[in-house]
Design a protein around this ligand. Structure first.
Ligand code: SF4
Ligand code: SF4
Length: 466
């Protein structure tokens, strides 16, 4: 096999493939991707066999690493049926170079999974991401089908099929206005009721223009679905009312971190915490584009071979080309894509450049950078308030764990450290009255400082006195 070469190409990249385009059997209220159907009027939205083969060959040819990720998403990829994926595995095995490992993964709403799927996915070591927003009442708030019917039971049936066949799975939970204030309820549901070990949380930030906001205000069913509205693009400085706020985002992660760091380190993997630790350690890549210095190595490919800069930028301006006309390696290494990735750093406002947690945050994803900094510069991340709160909150624990890693010890040692610290705090606050000065030396009353409900560890140490 001739291996094409492009000196500007990264050795490895991640491509999300959408074999059904934006087609889905559900109609989740916040899904920005459903509207992308408009990019391909008249299409059948099914990836052809010839294109699938072409793609897998080019994907493998363009990697200089021994690991290649073959990742499917949508829309809903399972609508293609098991035979499509069986064929994908067959092709990947045919083109794979000796010693090369193909890492199969799929993001799904889970509603169509059954024993046939379970058997196939387990046999081929697929890693499945399954979208669940929390317990039934929370999940069904926005995740419904085309007829408006709730989906929780169908998702649980699908998850049971994965569990029966011992398929590796993780939870992808979106965070929005409705569930963001219920962090522990959600975390406990995933951990204790579902038995999840890998958790990923994605904030819902739906941008809208003032015109769209005005139209929604006069609509009987505002923001029902992007399907009913124009093509979703990353424009507008306003957000829909179901979007999470920056403050909610910070509080959500702070709350689950406080629980995790005391009892679940090394047992439950929360993507955001792993990524943060990588940045505290100073690893070359955090593993998540959003909190990396630059991006551009996480692209998306539509059902017809069109390649876009990123899954969040499937819009005409960010179309790089089509693999039927240009080899994938040249699209991934194109000037347009390199500029896209570098812009993440190059367009950072001065406020971010001098931020004390920039090493962990890196300004977040450019798609969310649409508010003004306190000094009026455009391009600050809408979630900044939450990022700042979270990265400050975890600093002590992350330093501890990073130090353990540097000394080749287990980061899970943090749990003993936290237990010791909590006990010392409990002793310190044991006999303090609500109106006494806080023993921490802040100069504030206890009830306004470590005795307040808002103070994370305070709630631990002083419950009897509040
Ligand atoms: S635009 Fe955002 S989601 Fe896309 S690759 Fe860059 S950081 Fe990642
Ligand atoms: S926390 Fe805010 S100011 Fe700091 S880097 Fe992130 S987005 Fe920028």
């Amino acid at each position: 096999m001739d291996i094409p070469f492009n000196p500007k190409a990264p050795p490895r990249y991640h491509m999300l493939v959408k074999p059904t385009g934006a087609t889905c059997n559900l109609d989740c209220a916040y899904c920005f991707f459903l509207s992308k159907e408009m990019l391909y009027p008249g299409s059948r939205f099914r990836m052809a066999d010839e294109l699938l083969e072409n793609y897998i060959r080019q994907l493998i040819e363009s990697h200089r690493t021994q690991e290649v990720s073959l990742a499917f998403q949508g829309g809903e990829p399972t609508l293609m049926g098991v035979p499509f994926f069986r064929r994908a595995v067959e092709l990947a095995e045919r083109y794979r170079r000796p010693g090369m490992t193909i890492e199969y993964s799929m993001q799904t709403n889970g509603t169509l999974l059954d024993d046939e799927w379970g058997e196939f996915l387990a046999a081929n070591n697929f890693l499945m991401g399954i979208s669940i927003d929390g317990p039934r009442e929370i999940h069904d708030m926005y995740r419904y089908d085309k007829g408006g019917a709730p989906t929780f039971d169908r998702v649980m049936r699908g998850l049971d099929a994965l569990k029966r066949h011992k398929v590796e799975w993780n939870v992808l939970c979106t965070l929005h206005k409705y569930n963001a204030d219920r962090p522990l309820e959600i975390y406990h549901f995933f951990r204790d009721t579902l038995g999840a070990e890998y958790l990923q949380f994605i904030p819902i930030v739906e941008r809208v223009t003032p015109e769209q906001a005005a139209a929604a205000a006069s609509s009987a069913e505002p923001w029902h679905s992007w399907r009913d509205r124009p093509l979703y693009t990353q424009t507008g400085e306003l957000v829909t009312e179901r979007s999470i706020t920056g403050a909610q985002y910070g509080k959500f992660f702070n709350a689950i971190y406080d629980e995790w760091v005391r009892r679940d380190v090394g047992r439950i993997y929360v993507q955001m915490f792993d990524v943060a630790l990588a940045n505290w350690v100073g690893a070359p890549s955090s593993g998540l584009c959003i909190h990396s210095r630059t991006c551009g190595t996480a692209l998306a490919m539509e059902h017809n071979g069109d390649v876009y800069s990123c899954d969040h930028f499937v819009e005409p301006k960010y179309l790089l080309g089509n693999i039927k006309e240009e080899h994938l390696i040249d699209l991934v290494a194109s000037d347009q894509q390199i500029r896209f990735g570098n812009d993440k750093f190059d367009t950072l406002p001065a406020y971010c450049r001098r931020c004390d947690v920039r090493f962990a945050c890196h300004g977040g994803c450019p798609k969310d950078r649409f508010i003004l900094t306190p000094d009026g510069e455009p391009g600050l991340n809408y979630l900044c308030e939450g990022y700042k709160a979270f990265f400050h909150h975890i600093d002590e624990g992350m330093r501890f764990m990073a130090n353990e890693l540097r000394h080749e010890r287990a980061p899970a040692n943090i749990m003993a450290y936290m237990a010791h610290k909590d006990a010392a705090e409990r002793n310190l606050f044991a006999n303090v009255g609500r109106n006494d000065p806080c023993p921490c030396g802040s100069g504030r009353k206890f009830k306004q400082c470590h005795g307040s409900a808002a103070h994370g560890s305070a709630a631990h140490g002083s419950a009897a006195h509040t």
